[in-house]
Design a protein. Structure first.
Length: 367
């Protein structure tokens, strides 16, 4: 496709997103985000720790090898370091020293980057943060190896933490369990592509496993290494934030707010995202049949005109409005659960939910 046409499609969606301020559900979501109290969080408090953390990450993984070269490319592509910030915040709340909190942040960022590299390969995404993805730039084999390279680095960081050996073993065990849970969630998502028998509860369950596990990891590691005990029920609110994150991610893809090229990449990949789920709830059997047939088409046989058509059809069914409302519902649920669990956890969940919802509201305000 010519760059002129790509830019035309992007500009078209910028015009559409600029009208979201008049959408009632978007406005309610925006008002909800503003009402979340995160006055306790000051990013400036962690800025120096983040700089040190970033430097340490490069020292550990960016050597003179081919893998080190590719790792440097991956890390230079940017990222919000959200999981690192979450690790620093949780460590501060649970009384860990800065060195340990930085190590937790590095561990979680390494795992996060591994998941992105493997996810981009499986989805055949061409761009990540506005740059060619690892498989697109260096090939499939390098993407597989680099993802594994980042995973090994996360274990290396945890194994070298200077802390009680028993606590260290528990932390490594939790990291292993989280990776296992995330891989299971990813495999379920792939197997459920174009599956119109998928229920909303299945969608949310997969998001809790795939996304909620990685979001809760920094907090779990901070609690383990500070000597605190817990059960998985304690983290149910954080797993709900995984559902909120996935809905936000799906909506961002629909609106073209992600740095991965054009809007509607999920449609091209046949993913059963939140908008398709809400479309199915309100579509006729004939409409469902035609959409399912489209989602099963070969990736390279789908044109941008095809995608634009279905983006419009999905929006006409009210799926975008319903997704905004769904995100607000799940976000409120996560915060309410955390309020009944623990004040420290409530602060963490409030920060996570505010950050997630802000990803949409902030970007749509700018367009």
């Amino acid at each position: 496709m010519k760059m002129q046409k790509i830019n035309s499609i992007k500009n078209n969606y910028k015009t559409k997103t600029s009208n979201l301020a008049w959408n009632r559900n978007w406005k309610e979501l925006n008002d909800f985000q503003k009402s979340i109290d995160i006055s306790f969080f000051k990013k400036s408090t962690f800025e120096n720790d983040l700089k040190i953390l970033n430097n340490k990450m490069h020292e550990i993984i960016c050597d003179d090898s081919w893998m080190g070269h590719c790792a440097k490319y991956q890390l230079k592509s940017g990222g919000k370091r959200f999981r690192a910030i979450l690790a620093l915040l949780a460590s501060n709340i649970f009384g860990l020293n800065k060195e340990v909190s930085q190590d937790i942040g590095m561990c979680c960022e390494f795992i996060h980057n591994a998941s992105l590299i493997h996810d981009d390969l499986q989805d055949r995404d061409l761009l990540r943060r506005g740059m060619p993805t690892i498989w697109n730039r260096f090939g499939d084999h390098t993407a597989i190896n680099l993802g594994d390279y980042f995973i090994s680095a996360s274990f290396e960081v945890l194994s070298k933490i200077r802390i009680d050996p028993n606590l260290k073993c528990k932390a490594i065990d939790e990291l292993s369990k989280t990776i296992k849970q995330t891989v299971k969630g990813q495999s379920v998502e792939i197997l459920s592509r174009s599956d119109f028998n998928l229920k909303m509860q299945d969608y949310e369950s997969t998001a809790r496993a795939k996304t909620g596990g990685l979001i809760s990891l920094p907090v779990k590691l901070a609690m383990i290494l500070s000597g605190k005990s817990f059960d998985n029920k304690y983290f149910s609110s954080l797993f709900e934030t995984g559902v909120a994150y996935q809905i936000q991610d799906d909506v961002s893809d629909f609106l073209g707010l992600k740095d991965r090229g054009l809007p509607g990449r999920d449609l091209k990949e046949g993913k059963m995202n939140i908008l398709i789920m809400h479309f199915i709830e309100n579509a006729t059997n004939g409409e469902k049949f035609v959409l399912q047939k489209f989602l099963k088409k070969r990736y390279d046989s789908i044109s941008e005109d095809d995608i634009s058509h279905w983006l419009n059809q999905i929006k006409k069914k009210g799926a975008l409005d319903l997704s905004f409302a769904h995100l607000k519902e799940v976000s409120r649920r996560a915060i309410n659960i955390s309020m009944k669990t623990d004040q420290r956890l409530h602060r963490i969940v409030s920060f996570v939910i505010s950050s997630i919802v802000n990803r949409i509201t902030k970007k749509t305000k700018k367009t």
